[in-house]
Design a protein around this ligand. Sequence first.
Ligand code: MRU
Length: 333
Amino acid sequence: MNPFESLGLKHDGRTLWVLDQALLPDAEVWLDGSDPAAMVALIRRLAVRGAPLIGVAAAASLATFAQRGASAGEYAAACAALRAARPTAVNLMWAMDRMKDASDPMAEAQAIFEEDVRLCEGMAQHGAALIQDGEGLLTHCNTGGLATAGIGTALGVIRRAFEQGKRIHVYADETRPLLQGGRLTAWELRKLGIPATLVTDSMAALLMRDGRVQRVLVGSDRVAANGDFANKVGTYGVAVQAHHHGVPFHPVAPFSTVDLTCPNGAAIPIEERDPAEVRGFGPLRWAPEGMPAWNPSFDVTPVDLVTSLVLDRGVLSRDQLKAGALGPLCRPS
Ligand code: MRU
């Protein structure tokens, strides 16, 4: 097969390798993700993460499983198990629906990979046009090359603006509880040489009050038909703060993240994770053992707090979203 390769995933023709994102930035360890059962576990522990990358990785794992001689029954069961591995990210379901009846699974996985690269380019083109020279940009979680097959969603937009020569400064929220901003976005920004400062999530409002942030760009795991969207927990709080301070706020997502069957944000399923992730990190625990903790992995931002949604197919304003413009733009042709 024709191998595919991105920042967090590669295929050598026989084996699918994924970068263990739980170990970054201290160690770059590549794990075998060829077996769908192993891939489900990798997705659950966020070794493979980012809504678009999860869809691509699950498709590549399923295709490798087929290449190794899985029966039709085994293939269907693996497809169903992968589809359920992350309930909020609709890209995963979109990719598994494509793989379910694929006559050539490896060709279909490759097409999903290549399409994701193109979608990132589309978002980068439309989103970078919004960014003005000299802006401070706040972003939450990780939405770059690690989270997609291409250059990313929100971080891809930021990267493209930087490549266009715009003098920007990025503020990366560390993103509690699993620190995707502090570990992964910081790692990507350093690799790309983009001027950036890491902040804790609780510093975002202060940055806005002090006029250091002119725009917020975030990713999304699922956009509902009315423009409400789910993203990494903490996004809603950033949106409220941006609204209060009059700072433009943009989710950035490919059409494969739009779920027209979800009428609004209340219909988006929100994954809850182990409360232990709130009590500590890795081997470190700071809360009393057994302290009750709540750990929703995502939150929903209402469309009223969105300035505009950046898609691979263009930019939709809040008013356009509220008038139902997502349907005609994202309905399968
Ligand atoms: O739990 P994670 O780290 O996978 O969360 C990632 C996000 O919330 C991203 O914003 C989202 O998946 C879109 S990324 C391109």
